[in-house]
Design a protein around this ligand. Structure first.
Ligand code: AMP
Length: 190
């Protein structure tokens, strides 16, 4: 099955993706992680995008689309992807549908983690002390949250229309969210 895990920065998408990746033998495709790897490896693309990522802005749709197509087209990932951080706007959602169609795949469920800006700020500052991500500070956290708020509603409406959207309280504890997500996945596995 292909899953989208959706929510603002700091919602717990990465944490929950890692959990379902293991439990259901899926593959977590985190666009943020892919982009950070480009920067870490000092590739040409990495050099081009580092200031954009550090300022909390979004990288162009085209760059991210090229990166994810590599994974979607790979037979070993067929119908076993967790999209973490993609799509982030309605154009990306439509692009994802087209890419999946091209490789005879589809989205099975969209899990939305809802959290408040206060929680996001708190979690991002905690993560900053552990992971030292260069885009994790209070100012970019607010900016990234605002960007999310501006672009997320059309994406959510899009998946609601196709009956794929499940909303989860992202303020609950990690194990509580694990349980809720497992229940939702089991219910569509049939
Ligand atoms: P994340 O790890 O998902 O919080 O992403 C970190 C940063 O990577 C974002 O603030 C964006 O600059 C960039 N990024 C990740 N995913 C996307 C995407 N789908 N579209 C555009 N930029 C993205």
């Amino acid at each position: 099955m292909n899953i989208i895990i959706f929510g603002p920065p700091g919602a717990g998408k990465g944490t929950q993706s890692k959990f379902i990746e293991k439990k259901y033998n899926l593959f977590q495709l985190s666009t943020g992680e892919l982009l950070r790897n480009e920067i870490k490896n000092k590739t040409q693309l990495g050099l081009e995008i580092s200031s954009i990522i550090n300022s909390g802005d979004l990288v162009s749709d085209e760059i991210v689309s090229k990166l994810i197509e590599k994974y979607i087209s790979d037979q070993k990932n067929k119908q076993r992807l967790i999209f973490d951080g993609y799509p982030r706007n309605i154009d990306q959602a439509k692009n994802l549908d087209n890419l999946l169609k091209k490789y005879n795949q589809k989205i099975d469920i969209v899990l939305k983690l809802s959290v408040s800006l206060e929680t996001v700020k708190k979690r991002i500052l905690e993560r900053q002390s552990q992971e030292k991500r260069s885009d994790d500070n209070e100012l970019t956290a607010i900016k990234r949250f605002k960007t999310y708020e501006q672009s997320s509603q059309p994406v959510l409406d899009y998946y609601k229309e196709s009956n794929l959207l499940k909303v989860i309280n992202g303020e609950a504890t990690i194990p509580e969210i694990n349980i809720e997500i497992s229940g939702l996945i089991e219910s569509i596995k049939g």
